[in-house]
Design a protein around this ligand. Structure first.
Ligand code: GLU
Length: 273
């Protein structure tokens, strides 16, 4: 590298630093940012479009953060793909995760959960003209897509050992594969599938089978040992349900996909460890 190049590189680095400082991951209020992990590609649950973040999980996050003393503009949204959630919490890259994140015993070995704040169920998404799949029992020999590190992939592998499972990093990649005929079905929570099926670009192309075969209790993931924070979050969830904000958030985010929460909703949070 010659001197001029080094100069340019340094200038670029300084500019990048400057942008970070001004761009303000702290939201510009001078305080520490509160880092919240969400999905970026799940319409109705957690979606990033430009600088806009929408979805039920996003609304729960804003409500809970506020009760914990973090204003909406101090939130830094961090993309949290299914297979990276425990690591993001363990390494402190996020303060909490609200990302269609099911409470499970094996995850509880690494992280703590507040909640549940929602109960979903695993279902299947297929092409609208496919009548050969009406439940997991029809998946033998079919090409099925799901996401690495999700309960969806794990459940279906246990339930249908004969399925040809292809695991991607995100559900939106699975949707593309389904539309282009590279797989026959996508499996994950009904909430997520309803959001994709309702996208204008997939109208008439995709359908949710509507035959759930698991119970997914969505928790709010936090670092292990943060019992006080867990209790504060549980209080926030309870007040979100009691003051009508939970219903309003369901209606606003899942209503457009005609999704109605199933049995057990709204749930009562578990006791914190
Ligand atoms: N709720 C399931 C899970 O936590 C599937 C959805 C997801 O991968 O986010 O694994």
């Amino acid at each position: 590298m010659n001197i001029r190049r080094i100069g340019a590189a340094t200038a670029a680095a300084v500019m990048a630093l400057g942008l970070t400082a001004c761009g303000g991951s702290d939201g510009g209020d001078g305080g520490e940012s509160f880092k919240v992990g969400i999905k970026f590609d799940q319409p109705g649950m957690g979606l990033k479009e430009g600088n806009e973040y929408t979805g039920f999980d996003v609304d729960v996050a804003k409500y809970v953060a506020d009760k914990l003393g973090h204003s909406e503009d101090s939130i830094e949204w961090v993309q949290s793909p299914s297979g990276q959630r425990e690591t993001l919490l363990e390494t402190g890259q996020v303060d909490m995760i609200i990302a269609t994140y099911s409470i499970t015993d094996s995850r509880k070995e690494k992280v703590d959960f507040a909640g549940p704040y929602f109960i979903a169920g695993q279902d299947l998404l297929v092409r609208a003209d496919d009548s050969s799949i009406s439940g997991p029992e029809d998946l033998d020999g079919k090409r099925l897509c799901s996401v690495t590190g999700s309960t969806s992939a794990q459940n279906v592998q246990e339930e249908v050992p004969g399925v040809n499972l292809q695991e991607f990093g995100t559900y939106s990649e699975c949707v593309s594969a389904l539309v282009s005929n590279a797989v026959d079905a996508l499996t994950t929570d009904d909430t997520i599938l309803a959001g994709y099926a309702a996208q204008p670009q997939y109208e008439g192309k995709l359908k949710v089978v509507g035959n759930t075969f698991s119970e997914e209790r969505y928790g709010i993931g936090i670092a292990k040992g943060k019992t006080e924070m867990c209790e504060q979050i549980n209080e926030a969830i309870t007040s979100m349900v009691d003051d009508g904000s939970w219903d309003a958030a369901v209606e606003e985010n899942l209503g457009p996909a005609d999704f109605t929460p199933g049995e057990g909703n709204p749930p009562t949070p578990d006791a914190c460890a």
